[in-house]
Design a protein around this ligand. Structure first.
Ligand SMILES: *[C@@H]1O[C@H](CO)[C@@H](O)[C@H](O)[C@H]1NC(C)=O
Ligand SMILES: *[C@@H]1O[C@H](CO)[C@@H](O)[C@H](O)[C@H]1NC(C)=O
Length: 632
């Protein structure tokens, strides 16, 4: 039944990717009003400067508005009164080419170009085929009805729609030309994708080589065009072209809203001078703010709390400079990196030159030892690089408490999820993510209820790159709703959970540290919908004990002969050729236990003899580890 969803993903009808839509902002006049709700039961908001534009950067003071969807919401105590909820949109590279200089839209990265920027930002066919991502956010204390209208008048019959994760099973009904989705109240909110059958795009690989690229049959003048797909160009993922995400949140608790009296109220428009502010709270009210592509919002040493009100849209990156141990970012506004070029290097005029240190993070802090960062409610749009890093004398003293956080429009390749420092609790998260989504580099972390929409690089969980001591990591209740991998890398595996080889020497297998240990890693209650990568890819840089995979369902593994769907567990040694150990300190010496692992409707286990790399489970585990792991 689940697999049947692919069968209706045949062909694609008209797509509006390139067609400007008339009627902004009178668009809403179809429904007579831009009427928003502001009651104890429901809060929605609107941007008077919405700009419908699928092609180029929008004006500084404007907010890109969906050309494809309009949304109204009602709540159960007044179910027949619908209020407008602004539908935001983001497009790959903000409509620019792969450029080097944010002030020169013709500064394209090219091989041999003195600009030295990477020609590979991992966006290829997306602008040509008209990919974008829309979202809306509202607050409520009740069950709600979300009414979705398609501005292209495409079919919205519930039988033409899938909501992901598919386990949500929200009731849907057709009402005139609109789709109505009943969303029950949840104190944890909901973050879900609404997908229309006729709007699905089947991503094809060019060939069956380990490293491939996309081909498309839609735009003959575009990247990767082929007039016809052949049998050696398999489908690697299926996504809506015009993604639509709905974020429902409960009203914030009192500790998530600062006292606004003594706060610094940022004037709308160009953001300047926040480093001179003496207030502890910086408040962005409803409205539009921008920094330009060559500046960021560096806070003063007095400011420890940034609040983005519902309806605030801030085109800036934020850097804390406070020595407070209590750093916060809350509210239901949007922090958008849309004005920055890929890998914007703050030490080089915000140009596209990668530096792990100075390329722009949307969230950065120069923080004191022991600082805790509370992140709640916000949406991060269009990160140009790894989305968050804190700096200070002792990274292992930081922690993060993140809840109801959303990342959208992460079309660039190197766009990771947030760091999860020791003792962190990350929960109720939505990640559209190009690079490592959940980074488990530290001990005592709990990451739960994460919905992941992956593009084509990196695994969902990453714990490699360097030798580490890590104990007590739980990643529970993960729903992967899309992946579309085109390549596999032995040294940096694409899989649900992976350990990349040593960053400083990625081809070497003698870079492990046999004095270090991973223990008590738990990956529980995972679901991966659609075409998925393998369960794991391990280049172990330290000894491993008590690693558990439990209740894992993969709808379909990426097809052979490509190896994206194949799990690997290689043997790594230290410099003196001593291999790391698996299970030396585990009950029964079983260092890796896989329990209740299903691919499609088939349970994978030793007894069924279906785990091997040429069988359904596709586990390619080096024979060296035999007896030290099990799948049961
Ligand atoms: C709502 O529409 C009215 C009439 O077009 C306009 O004056 C007003 O600015 C709009 N409000 C918002 C928040 O867009
Ligand atoms: C494991 O980490 C979680 C999350 O930080 C914490 O609540 C728990 O106490 C830790 N368990 C142990 C045994 O330290």
């Amino acid at each position: 039944m689940r697999l049947a969803k692919h069968s209706w993903a045949v062909g694609l009808i008209s797509v509006l990717g390139t067609a400007p839509v008339d009627g902004h902002p009178g668009l809403m006049s179809k429904r007579g009003t831009n009427h928003t709700a502001d009651s104890a039961q429901l809060k929605t908001w609107w941007h008077g400067t919405g700009e419908i534009n699928t092609k180029t950067p929008v004006q500084n003071g404007n907010v890109r508005q969906s050309h494809m969807y309009s949304i109204q919401v009602s709540s159960s105590s007044d179910r027949n009164t619908f209020y407008d909820s602004f539908v935001y949109e983001t497009i790959p590279r903000n409509g620019n080419g792969n450029i080097y200089d944010p002030n020169d839209l013709n500064s394209f990265c090219q091989d041999g170009n003195p600009n030295s920027c990477s020609t590979d930002d991992q966006i290829t066919i997306e602008p040509d085929i008209g990919v974008d991502m829309a979202w809306t956010q509202y607050l409520t204390s009740e069950d709600t009805i979300v009414r979705v209208t398609r501005l292209d008048n495409g079919p919205v019959n519930p039988s033409d729609v899938v909501i992901r994760p598919t386990t949500l099973n929200f009731p849907m009904q057709l009402n005139d030309n609109a789709l109505e989705i009943t969303v029950p109240f949840s104190s944890r909110g909901y973050r879900f994708s609404v997908e229309f059958r006729d709007n699905l795009w089947e991503y094809h690989r060019a060939d069956q080589q380990p490293n491939s690229h996309y081909v498309q049959n839609k735009v003959s003048t575009g990247v990767g065009y082929v007039s016809q797909y052949t049998a050696t160009m398999p489908i690697v993922g299926i996504e809506p072209l015009n993604a639509l995400l709905v974020f429902m949140s409960p009203f914030p608790s009192a500790d998530q809203v600062p006292d606004l009296g003594p706060a610094y109220n940022v004037p709308q428009g160009l953001v300047t001078g926040l480093n001179q502010v003496s207030n502890s709270v910086v408040y962005f009210g409803p409205g539009v703010y921008w920094c330009t592509g060559t500046a960021q919002a560096i806070l003063s040493s007095s400011t420890n709390w940034v609040y983005l009100a519902p309806g605030a849209y801030v085109k800036c990156a934020i850097q804390y400079m406070s020595s407070s141990l209590d750093l916060r970012a809350t509210g239901f506004g949007v922090l958008s990196g849309e004005q920055y070029v890929y890998q914007a290097n703050t030490a080089q005029g915000f140009k596209n030159t990668k530096s792990d240190d100075t390329s722009l993070k949307m969230w950065r802090a120069q923080a004191a030892s022991g600082a805790k960062w509370t992140l709640s409610g916000l949406t991060l749009n269009a990160p140009p690089f790894n989305s968050m890093d804190f700096y200070g004398s002792d990274l292992s003293s930081f922690s993060v408490d993140a809840s109801d956080y959303k990342q959208v429009g992460a079309f660039f390749g190197q766009t990771d999820g947030i760091e999860i420092y020791p003792g962190s609790h990350i929960r109720d998260i939505f990640y559209h993510v190009g690079d490592d989504a959940i980074k488990t580099y530290y001990s005592n972390i709990l990451c739960e209820r994460v919905t992941v929409w992956k593009s084509n690089n990196a695994p969902i969980v990453q714990f490699g790159w360097s030798q580490r001591n890590i104990d007590n990591v739980t990643v529970d209740a993960v729903n992967v709703v899309h992946t579309r991998y085109i390549s596999q890398g032995v040294d940096w595996p694409r899989s649900l959970v992976a350990s990349a080889a040593y960053y400083g020497n990625q081809d070497a297998t003698n870079t492990a540290d046999t004095s270090k240990h991973l223990s008590n890693f738990r990956f529980t209650n995972w679901r991966c919908e659609g075409i998925c990568p393998g369960l794991f890819g391990f280049n172990p840089l330290e000894n491993i004990d008590t690693m558990l995979f439990q209740n894992i369902w993969i709808e379909q593994l990426s097809p052979l002969p490509m190896t994206v769907g194949t799990s690997t567990f290689r043997v790594f040694t230290d410099a003196s050729n001593k291999p790391i150990s698996l299970g030396d300190n585990s009950p029964g010496n079983l260092g890796l236990i896989i329990e209740n692992f299903q691919v499609g409707s088939e349970s994978i286990n030793i007894a069924a003899n279906n785990w091997q790399s040429d069988q359904t489970g596709r586990l390619n585990i080096d024979a060296h580890w035999w007896g030290r792991w099990t799948v049961r």
